[in-house]
Structures are given as C-alpha cells and as structure tokens.
Ligand binder design. Structure first.
Ligand code: SF4
Length: 188
C-alpha cells in the first residue's frame, strides 16, 4: 500500500479505473517473483515449498530471484537480528515496486521466543508487512496458503483515488485504535 506506480494512478475514478484495477490485479497476482532470501530455520520450510514435493511452480513462482531488482515478493523467513535489520531494509528498498511482504513464522512476525535485545520484535518495525504467517516453523502448506491469500489481496488492490480513500480510512482507524501501552496481553 502507499506506492504510486505508473499511469493507472492518474486515471479518474469510475468504470475505467475499476477495469484497470482488475486487470492490473490479475496480472500482478499471477506474476509474483520472490527474492532469494532466508534468515533462519523457517527458511528450510520455504526451500521445501519450492522443491519437488510441494512444488511452488504450480503458482508460477518456481524462480526465486537472486537479485532484489527482479523480485517483488519478500518472504521474511526467520528471526531478524538487529545486525541484519539494515540489510533486510536495503534489500526491500532495492526490490521493484509494487512489492509485497510475508512475515513467515512467529519470529519474523513478532520476535517469537526471542524476546531479547538482539532480535527485532517483528519485521514490521523495519518494513511494511502484508501477511503474517503464524507457526514455529510454519509448514510449506501454510506458506502456500499465505501466498494464495496474498494473491487474493493483490487481486483486489485499489489504484488512484480508490487507493487514497482506503489509505485515509486505514489511517483514521489506526488513530482511533487503543494505544499499545493500554493493551493487555501475555506480557502485561
Ligand atoms: S519461528 Fe521457529 S522455525 Fe521460524 S525462525 Fe523462529 S524459531 Fe526458527
């Protein structure tokens, strides 16, 4: 969200924009290329998803790209250490826009069991995340399910004035939300 890309952003709202949105969504969701990038144990499951038994190729995603410039999906597979955080951000910045992120596993989503100073407590502190995938580690089937859910999300993404409207609604909801210091959870 929040990325301005191409001519479609200039189109006025209405029937034409809705048609372009649908077309762009269809093409984008069916041409996702993940960056070759793994951080810890979750990456083993990600690699398994790409191998013969689970066969990610069925979704046109068998080619993990070795260059971030050719990738538009980042699967953050594993815990992110503070030392690694600037590298993750740099790779994300180098990826082609529009781009999407899956936080794979408890560690990437929230720090997981590593509630300490060395680990970033959720990769959303450094990059935007589209899908949070629970589990330690999530199985390859779960990753594939997350990818299919992301496809759905990408297929319904809005452009131009429609996107601006959604961003405003999301911001208003965030401002109206309860402050985190008032939330009660396991650690409160
Ligand atoms: S969620 Fe579990 S499997 Fe994944 S990186 Fe963390 S400890 Fe490893």
């Amino acid at each position: 969200m929040g990325l301005v890309v191409g001519l479609e952003e200039k189109l006025p709202s209405g029937f034409l924009l809705t048609t372009v949105e649908k077309l762009a969504g269809y093409m984008r969701k069916n041409s996702l290329w993940p960056a070759t990038f793994g951080l810890a144990c979750c990456a083993i499951e990600m690699m398994a998803a790409g191998a013969g038994r689970y066969d990610l190729a069925r979704f046109g995603m068998e080619v993990f790209r070795a260059s971030p410039r050719q990738a538009d999906l980042m699967i953050v597979a594993g815990r992110v250490s503070n030392k690694m955080a600037p590298v993750v951000r740099k790779i994300y910045d180098q990826m082609a826009a529009p781009k999407w992120t899956i936080a794979m596993g408890a560690c990437a989503s929230s720090g997981g069991m590593f509630n300490n100073y060395a680990i970033v407590q959720g990769v959303d502190h450094i990059i935007p995340v589209d899908i949070y995938l629970p589990g330690c580690p999530p199985r390859p089937e779960m990753l594939m399910d997350a990818i299919l859910k992301l496809h759905e999300q990408i297929g319904n993404e809005k452009l131009g004035p429609n996107r601006e409207k959604i961003i405003k609604e999301v911001e208003a909801a965030a401002l109206a939300a309860k402050p985190t210091h008032q939330l009660k959870g396991l650690l409160a």
